[in-house]
Design a protein. Sequence first.
Length: 321
Amino acid sequence: MTEEREVIGVDIGGTKIATGLVRGARVLERIILPTLADRTAADVLHQVFTSVDLILERTGRHTTDIHGIGVVAPGPLDPAKGELLYSPNIPALRNVPIARLMRERYGRPILVENDANAAGLAEALFGAGRGYRHVFYVTVSTGIGTGVIVGGKIYGGRTGMAVEAGHVTIDYDGPLCNCGHRGCIEAFASGPAIARRAKEKVRTAKGRSHILDLVAGDTDAITPIVIGEAARQGDPLAVEIIEETARFLSIWLGGMINVFDPDIIILGGGVSQWGELLFPRLRELTPTYSILPRATDVTIVPARLEADVGILGAAALFVST
């Protein structure tokens, strides 16, 4: 993708579909629609097509003006065939040949990739990973997605489905994950998992936590953002939850350093908004869980492209081809 070429990037998430017109590393126009993840595959695809149609309409572009369309989604998929195999957070998208369907509709090249892989590619090319050869990217949100970028290319393994590291188990007797296994890091440190632990701690705490004040007593409204705000105000329980999360992530990240030996670890998603409440502890703890003697040299930083990383990641697929 040269500076003059324009690409549409489509990021299919568990709750929303973000679609944008991209030139270079800039999003010129964006559309956000609900995913309708609890409905049929046809309903989800309707949202995808509608978002692309709206981008074309709003920008005055014709399909022939677009170099291609990149599509990213969570869960295992087949980039070579352009098929969405399944996603724990979007059950309807199972064995969907989205590349073929979009080619038939728009007549343009279509590239399909795992959302975390593509986000990692965007961060490596345009964001916090620029200048690094070996990048390990993590997004901590509804789930935990990961990607490995080597020399500006996504590492996909034998079938293109590698690095589903959010489903690496750190405790075989741990909580049940959405993937059906127990003790995945996602079951310990994703946004919903953190909120679940927080609710349990608030209910059993001896004193009243400021977390409850921030949600007017409604424990169902507890999120990592609320926990972070309570911790900044000095709430001991919130600080404890962040410390516990930092330890879970560090145990896992130490293992990832053992496997991939990256130059840099980039952490995105909602939990990265904890900022200085989290990152100093990750930098301190993570090397202690790695056997590599230079694990302390691995840079651990927050992502830079948070708002548009999905759209930019989808578009970046055309940079690395």
